[in-house]
Structure formats: structure tokens, C-alpha cells
Design a protein around this ligand. Structure first.
Ligand SMILES: [Zn+2]
Length: 296
């Protein structure tokens, strides 16, 4: 029987996403909040230096450093690349990790609510998703490139034997919102409750089908050949994460007054709309399809 014995809750992978940092402080002050009988849990502050600098990262994005090939590359030595190797030694090593479940806490500036992001597929994740959605109906389940092997994923959550990302917004960078912290706390503790039920063979009857969103691709802001932005996210789309975009709907407003329309052939569901952290890459939003997670 598969058992989860070691759980790690990670805050502050991104230094200007405050909720996870403050939430793990609360958990460290009151360990009973994250204690359960069948496993041990610990909290880890992943990137204190970036937080002290009030930045997402110092040299490169820590949450893009966890591919096996990069962890094994001694030439990658900037601050976050080194930090990833330390975290891998402490919580991993990836592929044979002492951490059975890694819960990585993040904020988004987008209006995404409480989102459970799964980067791997399988029965454990399917049951977890069904449970979280059942006990927390406002939760969004997101499947993000779960067809990739863990070793090819760059995200910190793939360091654990199992790993999930809890992404909650909207919250501006370097700000704490009460409602966002409550949602993150609630989702995290539901995950821990599920693990306790899973370990003790006590998972209740779960819905056979659970709605989820599967990542398709990201789209960029309109740009000219010099890399200058020509427009912005359309007001009809702003803050409408998970609301359908249909072929022909306006998605960008250009500074010259023109509108750009969605030209795909299927209805899609946007996330990370106008996310502040993605402006350096000119990413405007990610597009998803709606799917069902089905239990046997
Ligand atoms: Zn983040």
C-alpha cells in the first residue's frame, strides 16, 4: 500500500508572493495545524534572499530550476540555481525523494481564486483532485503539462515523489490579502486531510467525475518587430480567468484603437490573465480546455 510518510509545505519560492511565506510562519508557530497521525510534515522557506530583496528572484526564476539535467549541471551556479541544488539535497533527491508529497504555495496577480495545479497524472492525483473539489467547491483543478515526465519538469513541486502547486489570487506582488491567505490555508489543510484519509484507507466515496482545466498553450501580447508592445489585454477578458473565450471574441485592444480577436476553432478557458510576473516574457494569458477527471 502506497503511504505518504513525509510531507513538505514550501513557501516563498517566489520572494514577492507573500501568502505562502506568512502561512508557513503560522504553521511553524502552531504545528498542530499541519500535524496528522499518519505522516510528518515540515515547512520550508525556499528563497528568503529574494524575499528580503522584495523580488520574485535574484538571478533566475527558482521555480524553473528543477529539471534533472539542470540539477545535475555543476556549471549552473547563480543564486537560484545553487538554491535549487540545496533544496534538492534537503528534500529530494528528485527521482528518489525522501519527501513523499511536496505542497508548493504560490500567488498570482490574476483572478484565479484557489487553484490546485497538478503536473503529474495518476490515481493519487485523481482522488486528491476529486476530494479537494468535493470539500471545497470553489476550488479550481488545473492540469499543467501532466503528460511530461517529472524529470523534464522544471517546477519545484516535481522534486517530491508526489507534488502539487497551490496557486491563489488575485493578489498584487508584495502584498498580503486576508481572503487569499484564508483560501490558501483552507486548500492546504484539505490536502493534508486527504493524505491522512489516503494513508488510513479511509477516503470517502468521491464523485466519479471532477471538472478540471488542461493547459493548451500561452499567448503573448501583440508586439511589433522591435519587441515593443502594441496593445493590452482586452477589458472583456481582464479578471475573467476560467470564463470561456469563443472564436471571434476580442482578446486584445491595440493602442491604435483596433481590437484583436481570438482566432482558434474551439472554446478555450484563460488563466494567468495579465499576470504581472509574466510581463518580462510578454505573456498575456494561458489558454486551457475543460476536461473531466474520471475515477475508476
Ligand atoms: Zn509563484
Amino acid at each position: 500500500m502506497d503511504k505518504i510518510k513525509q510531507v513538505a509545505i514550501i513557501g516563498g519560492v517566489h520572494g514577492n508572493e507573500f501568502t505562502g511565506i506568512y502561512l508557513i510562519k503560522q504553521y511553524q508557530a502552531k504545528p498542530e495545524l499541519i500535524s496528522r497521525s499518519s505522516f510528518t510534515s515540515r515547512c520550508v522557506w525556499a528563497n528568503p534572499q529574494a524575499h528580503h530583496a522584495n523580488k520574485r528572484y535574484l538571478h533566475s526564476d527558482l521555480n524553473r530550476q528543477f529539471k534533472n539535467v539542470d540539477l545535475a549541471n555543476p556549471a549552473l551556479t547563480n543564486y537560484e540555481q545553487s538554491r535549487a541544488k540545496v533544496l534538492n539535497a534537503e528534500l529530494g533527491p528528485k527521482g528518489a525523494a525522501k519527501t513523499d508529497l511536496l505542497i508548493d504555495l504560490h500567488n498570482t496577480t490574476s483572478n484565479m481564486g484557489a487553484c490546485l495545479i497538478l503536473t503529474q497524472a495518476g490515481p493519487f492525483y485523481n482522488q486528491l483532485a476529486a476530494y479537494v473539489k468535493m470539500v471545497m467547491p470553489e476550488a479550481i483543478i488545473s492540469c499543467d503539462e501532466d503528460h511530461f515526465a517529472a524529470e523534464d519538469h522544471a517546477l519545484m513541486c516535481t522534486l517530491g515523489r508526489y507534488g502539487v502547486l497551490v496557486e491563489v489570487g488575485p493578489q498584487p506582488q508584495s502584498v498580503l490579502r486576508h481572503d487569499v491567505l484564508e483560501l490558501m490555508d483552507s486548500m492546504t489543510r484539505h490536502i493534508l486531510d486527504f493524505v491522512e484519509l489516503y494513508n488510513t484507507d479511509s477516503v470517502p466515496a468521491l464523485p466519479k467525475q471532477t471538472e478540471a482545466f488542461r493547459y493548451l498553450y500561452s499567448i503573448k501580447l501583440p508586439m511589433n518587430e522591435h519587441g515593443e508592445r502594441l496593445g493590452m489585454v482586452h477589458k472583456n477578458v481582464q479578471d475573467k480567468d476560467y470564463q470561456p473565450i469563443n472564436p471571434g471574441d476580442p482578446i486584445f485592444k491595440l493602442f491604435d484603437g483596433a481590437e484583436i480577436y481570438y482566432e482558434g476553432e474551439q472554446t478555450v478557458y484563460p488563466t494567468f490573465i495579465n499576470e504581472a510576473a509574466y510581463y518580462d516574457n510578454n505573456l498575456a494569458m494561458s489558454l486551457n480546455e475543460k476536461v473531466l477527471i474520471t475515477l475508476e
